[in-house]
Design a protein around this ligand. Structure first.
Ligand code: NIG
Ligand code: FE
Length: 412
């Protein structure tokens, strides 16, 4: 089946095959075609070009896009959308001035979500999580990474990963799963943290592998959470099972997590609100994607990842939502792109590159999604009539997406 989209005011992020990600100055360029057409066949992009060069209007379905833009779907490379309940009860404490760490010390935080998750059945967890997945699809996200990490005991971690697998099976959005057993220490392991690390390496990882439940491994490498040594032990153990690292580092302190990630060939290092010059140097000699999570900075009132420092050093940068109940209760990538422009001083071109092609690389889907490229999946959204792509971050509070296509299917 073929669908032909005609009179597209601007077809954004059109690229030849073979580009994995864009870095430094190249992030300034967002290739696009004005007055364009796009032809899709079944789940794939077949062709695109200028209307002037369109030789035949023959297609099973014809869609007129006059005044509208088409962009490749957002690639959200870091989320925790499988969780139980919410943490709205901590919201008032946060408003009164308690920090993320203080809320965690009061028994809130990740441990609060873990308790809720352990008490929630797999079916119920699936129901709650699928609503969030459907929500982000309508907001233009076409590929997403989802982490475990609120189980914090073997059975509950496996439950989370099974829910992610079921979401993968039932939805057309592309999903990658990450095992984040090392998210925080359960209360009863606080006096023997290495014992919890052993539980992860000796019990959880073999089971995750046995059921083939994850693509990646993650660790919250941070003061008060997992040390660089513990992080390395977990990454090395996971490597034996073929799990590639994507790790939480430098959210509050720069403790050497970036170097550990790069040394272990991490696909991405995520957060980076605190970033030393040494961290930048380490990243310059790597294929590791830095990921910024601006809605987490917004919600926690912590510094934004220094995007200019990263990009001006010639590095690439990806943007993700970090959708989770504690530090970013939103999976709206349009807002993420707006925050990147407004608060991190990224240009719309840089921010859109970061939220599409670079996000795709950060979940190993750069051959399938992240740009309008012949042979890639037909994952894109059509905007309402708007003047330009810069209008998306500019009009940050508006819902500007009219239609969403995933693998060639119109999502209603
Ligand atoms: O990426 N920092 C660690 N993990 C999440 C927050 C998890 C939570 O607070 O529930 C994050 O910000
Ligand atoms: Fe996170």
């Amino acid at each position: 089946m073929t669908t032909l989209f005609i009179h597209i005011q601007e077809l954004v992020q059109v690229r030849e095959p073979g580009i994995s990600y864009v870095s430094g100055l190249d992030m300034q360029t967002l290739p696009s075609l004005k007055k364009a057409f796009l032809l899709i066949e079944n789940e794939f992009i077949k062709d695109y070009g200028l209307m002037d060069n369109l030789s035949s209007f023959e297609a099973d379905i014809l869609v007129d896009c006059t005044g509208k833009l088409i962009l490749p779907s957002w690639c959200d490379s870091h989320t925790h959308i499988v969780f139980a309940g919410n943490r709205e009860s901590e919201f008032a404490d946060k408003i009164k001035g308690l920090t993320y760490e203080e809320i965690a010390q009061k028994g809130g935080g990740i441990l609060n979500s873990a308790k809720k998750l352990q008490d929630t059945s797999e079916t119920e967890l699936y129901e709650q999580s699928s609503k969030r997945l459907e929500e982000i699809v309508q907001l233009g996200t076409g590929a997403v990474e989802i982490k475990s990490g609120y189980g914090m005991e073997t059975e509950a971690e496996i439950k989370m990963l099974r829910v992610i697998r079921k979401l993968k099976e039932n939805y057309p959005i592309s999903i990658k799963a990450t095992f984040l057993g090392a998210h925080a220490f359960p209360q009863h392991y606080v006096s023997d943290k290495d014992a919890y690390v052993r539980l992860i390496t000796d019990e959880m990882l073999p089971l995750v592998h046995k059921e083939d439940l994850a693509d990646f491994v993650d660790v919250f490498c941070e003061k008060g959470y997992f040390s660089t040594e513990q992080t390395e032990i977990i990454l090395k153990a996971a490597k034996k099972y073929g799990l590639i690292p994507k790790i939480h580092v430098n959210q509050f302190y720069s403790i050497g997590g970036v170097a550990i990630g790069v040394a272990n060939k991490a696909l991405s290092v995520d957060h980076l609100e605190e970033l030393s010059d040494e961290d930048v140097q380490v990243l310059q000699n790597s294929k590791t994607m830095p990921i910024a999570l601006p809605s987490c900075s917004f919600y926690l009132r912590i510094p934004y990842t220094p995007a200019r420092k990263i990009i001006n050093a010639g590095l690439p940068l990806a943007l993700a939502s970090d959708y989770n109940p504690g530090s970013s209760p939103s999976g709206n990538m349009n807002f993420v792109v707006a925050l990147a422009c407004i608060q991190m001083k990224m240009t719309p071109e840089e921010a859109i590159n970061a939220a599409t092609i670079n996000g795709a690389y950060a979940i190993q889907l750069e051959k399938q999604v992240g740009s309008i490229t012949r042979g890639k999946w037909a994952n894109f959204f059509i905007t309402k009539p708007i003047p330009s792509y810069g209008f998306i971050p500019y009009a940050f509070g508006s819902q500007l997406i009219e239609q969403v296509y995933l693998k060639g299917i119109l999502i209603q």
